[in-house]
Design a protein around this ligand. Sequence first.
Ligand code: FE2
Ligand code: FE2
Length: 259
Amino acid sequence: MRFLFLGDIVGKPGYSAVRTELPTIRAKLNLDAVVVNAENAADGSGLTPRQYRRLLESGVDVITMGDHVYRQKDLIETLKTSDQIVKPANFPKNSPGRSWSIVETPAGRIAVISLLGRLYMRPVDCLFNAVDQALSEIGDQADAILVDIHAEATGDKQLIGRYLDGRVTAVIGTHTHVPTADSQILPGGTAFQCDVGMCGPYESILGRSISRVLESSTSFVPDTFYVATKDVRLSGAIVEADQQGRAITIERFEKKINS
Ligand SMILES: [Fe+2]
Ligand SMILES: [Fe+2]
């Protein structure tokens, strides 16, 4: 199985680029599945139900979110009823949404789990317990398993990577919007990368207009941060897995859309 995982879709530039480019990318790279993190698609915060539907139409199989999962209230119904979008599995029991998802691909079934880190983020449940629970529920229903570790700290990400090594196909990070150069196959056969970066405008501060963020951060006067527009890139990783669900390769993926 060969799948692409794309990092946080940021605003209209990221969303439009995924919509336009994905059908070609999917065919050209011979992908069996595409998973995207879309937590910043709706103008930088959350995802709308319409965007959710459109992303699936463009060739996305499963959507992960993160700390912005409930920013668009309309999405809550979709989170409750759809089986192609997941909430972080270590959110409280009462939080709306599924903790894992499994979809059919031409090369078998892929399961997707999202986890939130605990360092410099709002307090959430233990990610180790949550992923153990999700994996026991998934059992042998999946041929490959992808875990999106949505966290600030590289340490959090490496910990969960090592914890899951040999038990899942890939542990791939999102949330910082900056790609890291550490893609690797861990000794047990799990593909790992601390962060794949975002699908959005790179001439920015994490996707937002530089001048606004700079002005507000240096003056302490709060302001609205707009999504930036320049240097749009799609960023992700392509993982190839064997029949046992072990990763064979992980390659960084980047496509420049405009300058
Ligand atoms: Fe994000
Ligand atoms: Fe995030």
